[in-house]
Design a protein around this ligand. Structure first.
Ligand SMILES: NC(=O)c1ccc[n+]([C@@H]2O[C@H](COP(=O)([O-])OP(=O)(O)OC[C@H]3O[C@@H](n4cnc5c(N)ncnc54)[C@H](O)[C@@H]3O)[C@@H](O)[C@H]2O)c1
Ligand SMILES: O=C(O)C(=O)C[C@@H](O)[C@H](O)[C@H](O)COP(=O)(O)O
Ligand SMILES: [Zn+2]
Length: 367
């Protein structure tokens, strides 16, 4: 069995641990008790169909054995479940199961389940505890930091809250059942954490791309630990995105618009963000940064199997419109995260929409 790692998201009285390792799920009962999860009120596990098939039985039996009374809610797999309709259904299931203010919601799944279940936890009876049990590579990002939300047809994550989990249990064994396309999509946010914070880690991702794609537990454990560490460091300094936290949005100004225009399905989040990060690198070069930023960004994203070309059939004006509905459109301008060197980015609020339109068109011409 590989190394077990632990780190803390430092947020004063709301600080919480992230446990990463092979076989962590077996310790869920003990860790829940240690971190104040009540066994006197029902605990709701929220998962999706694909994840439940592989990993729900183990979590259910470990928690039951530890004396927790479990309610289970399964939602359809995919981005479509991040909706107000599914949110309302989960609230109804919670009420029918007798969940009260001391109940806890456990999100067993990827970013979709984490964001959705987290938002239910933030709103149910004005807020109850929740635990993140991420089962995708991408969810090293979504399970840490407390951004929880559902989508509106016009814009991603537009109905949401900041609500931190009590703990994050990341069992690397669960990742072994991931489809290959989801492996690559998850690596998008791993690479992002390098691009915004740590140039050496970008090089490491390039050199270890094959091991990551093959789900080598040692490589995965290290990459997810590094990604979670960057995320924790940023969130600890700016929990509610007043300033620094915006850097975690590298690639998301264009990426979120692509997801919305493509109808939340054609492009996975990680794929849309990959294209968006190439767009940000192009923008950086137009603003005077070294060409290397674009070539390295594109190279490493391709190495982990990600798309870098914007699908030509997505309408440029619809993409521009979608950007205006995003949270990154503020006080009449688009906020872009722009690389200034490898591993370093800045927040730019002065990019003209004409230049953005040019970048979108250029992304369609990518090889
Ligand atoms: N809150 C945040 O800070 C944050 C950060 C990044 C992304 N997100 C959000 O996360 C979402 C994307 O997350 P995701 O990529 O994890 O998608 P996802 O949750 O839809 O999971 C991807 C797919 O893989 C399946 N799956 C998950 N785990 C599996 C496993 N272990 N074995 C087999 N199949 C499995 C799921 O059923 C789904 O079909 C987006 O909605 C994005 O906006 C949020
Ligand atoms: O945690 C953050 O902050 C992020 O920006 C992480 C992103 O990867 C994630 O996709 C997040 O949900 C985007 O947030 P949003 O506020 O732009 O919707
Ligand atoms: Zn993201």
């Amino acid at each position: 069995m590989g190394e077990k790692r632990e780190l803390t998201v430092e947020l004063g009285e709301r600080s919480y641990p992230i446990y990463i390792g092979e076989g962590i799920l077996a310790e869920a009962g003990k860790l829940f008790a240690q971190h104040g999860i009540s066994a006197k009120s029902p605990v709701m596990i929220v998962s999706d169909e694909a994840v439940a098939k592989h990993h729900l039985p183990q979590l259910q039996s470990v928690l039951k054995e530890a004396g927790f009374s479990i309610v289970t809610a399964i939602v359809p797999s995919g981005e479509g479940s991040k909706s107000l309709a599914v949110f309302e259904d989960l609230v109804g299931q919670g009420l029918k199961a007798g969940m009260d203010r001391k109940s806890t919601i456990v999100a067993l799944g990827g970013g979709v389940v984490g964001d959705l279940a987290g938002y239910v936890a933030a709103a149910y009876m004005r807020g109850i505890k929740f635990v993140q049990v991420p089962t995708t590579i991408l969810a090293h990002d979504s399970s840490v930091g407390g951004k929880v939300a559902v989508n509106h047809p016009l814009a991603k994550n537009i109905i949401g809250a900041f609500h931190q989990p009590e703990l994050v249990l990341y069992d690397l064994n669960t990742l072994q059942t991931l489809p290959q396309r989801e492996v690559s999509a998850g690596l998008s946010e791993v690479v992002k954490h390098g691009l915004i914070w740590d140039a050496e880690f970008v090089t490491w991702c390039d050199e270890n791309a094959d091991r990551l794609l093959a789900l080598d537990p040692d490589a995965l454990g290290y990459a997810l630990y590094k990604g979670c560490s960057v995320k924790a460091a940023v969130v600890s300094q700016d929990e509610r995105e007043n300033d620094l936290r915006a850097i975690l949005n590298l690639g998301h100004t264009i990426g979120h618009a692509l997801e919305a225009v493509a109808g939340y399905g054609e492009l996975l989040h990680g794929e849309a963000i990959s294209i968006g990060m190439v767009g940000s690198a192009m923008l950086a070069v137009r603003l005077g940064a070294p060409e290397e930023i674009y070539t390295v960004t594109k190279h490493v994203l391709r190495r982990v199997g990600l798309p870098t070309k914007l699908p030509e059939h997505l309408d440029t004006e619809a993409i521009m419109d979608a950007m205006m509905h995003d949270k990154k459109f503020q006080e009449g301008t688009m906020v872009f995260i722009v690389p200034v060197a490898l591993g370093r980015v800045e927040i730019n609020k002065t990019v003209s929409s004409a230049l953005v339109r040019e970048i979108v068109e250029e992304l369609k011409r990518e090889e």
